[in-house]
Design a protein. Structure first.
Length: 259
């Protein structure tokens, strides 16, 4: 059992989260996030991603225990009796995840760097289909993927947009990445690939002026990209805390049997 003595309470600005927060205000001596050993996040998956990105941006990463008052709550725990919260946190199972590092170059030659905890998606900006060259570790595997887009997902993000695009679900400890096309026209039968997480994946946009493409790293969008390179950021590990029996790896397995 882990004893986190200094906890921060982070609450989404949604009405539902703000109402739920009233039950948690007096159960602990909450401290500012800058002083905390761990954080309790009250909200949904979107707010959890926002919180984790803020930690990466500030270069101060601490364990996070989520309570779901959103819709899906895949990254969260069930919101139950506030009086049991401290006990639940002490018994929680830590799960380590690593984000993707995205190095992108726009059509004007400017370089940008973002991190993505779930996935990086390349999406067409107009009615014109995108034409994208797909390379893995410096070797072009598909010279021209004609599609609405393509994405690379981490195991933690494999049940998000990747699953909606008919990509595979990846166990958290699989050390794999899901490379998944979005409405591919050619090659029509290519359904994607499963890659080792040591892989470096590069997307190069063909005909970028006629067929502009944007890159979306979780919640951050960059328009008019020319090239995007992706790899796991091994030095940026994040720790999520889950109740026993409700850990993310178990939920990933369970999701594959939903009909």
């Amino acid at each position: 059992m882990t004893d986190y003595r200094r906890l921060a309470l982070l609450v989404s600005d949604t009405e539902r989260a703000q109402e739920a927060a009233a039950g948690f205000r007096d159960i602990a001596d909450w401290v500012p996030i800058e002083e905390a050993e761990a954080a309790v996040v009250l909200g949904g998956d979107g707010f959890m991603l926002q919180t984790l990105h803020a930690m990466l941006d500030s270069d101060r990463v601490i364990p996070v225990y989520g309570l779901n008052v959103g819709t899906v709550g895949f990254l969260m725990n069930r919101n139950r009796n506030p009086d049991t919260l401290l006990t639940r946190i002490g018994r929680a199972k830590p799960v380590t995840i690593s984000p993707l590092s995205m190095q992108a170059t726009t059509q004007d030659g400017t370089q940008h760097r973002f991190c993505a905890i779930n996935e990086v998606s390349l999406l067409r900006e107009t009615r014109q289909t995108a034409k994208i060259e797909v390379s893995v570790d410096g070797k072009a595997r598909i010279k021209e993927l004609v599609c609405d887009g393509v994405l690379l997902a981490t195991p933690a993000g494999s049940t998000a947009y990747n699953l909606s695009a008919d990509g595979p679900i990846l166990p958290l400890d699989s050390h794999l990445l899901a490379l998944t096309p979005i409405s591919a026209f050619r090659p029509r039968r290519w359904k994607g690939a499963i890659l080792p997480d040591r892989s470096r994946v590069t997307f190069r946009v063909n005909e970028p002026n006629k067929r502009p493409v944007s890159a979306v790293a979780d919640q951050k969008e960059l328009r008019d990209v020319a090239e995007v390179s992706l790899e796991i950021a091994q030095d940026s590990e994040l720790t999520l805390l889950f109740d026993p029996g409700h850990a993310l790896d178990e939920r990933i397995v369970a999701e594959q049997f939903v009909v």
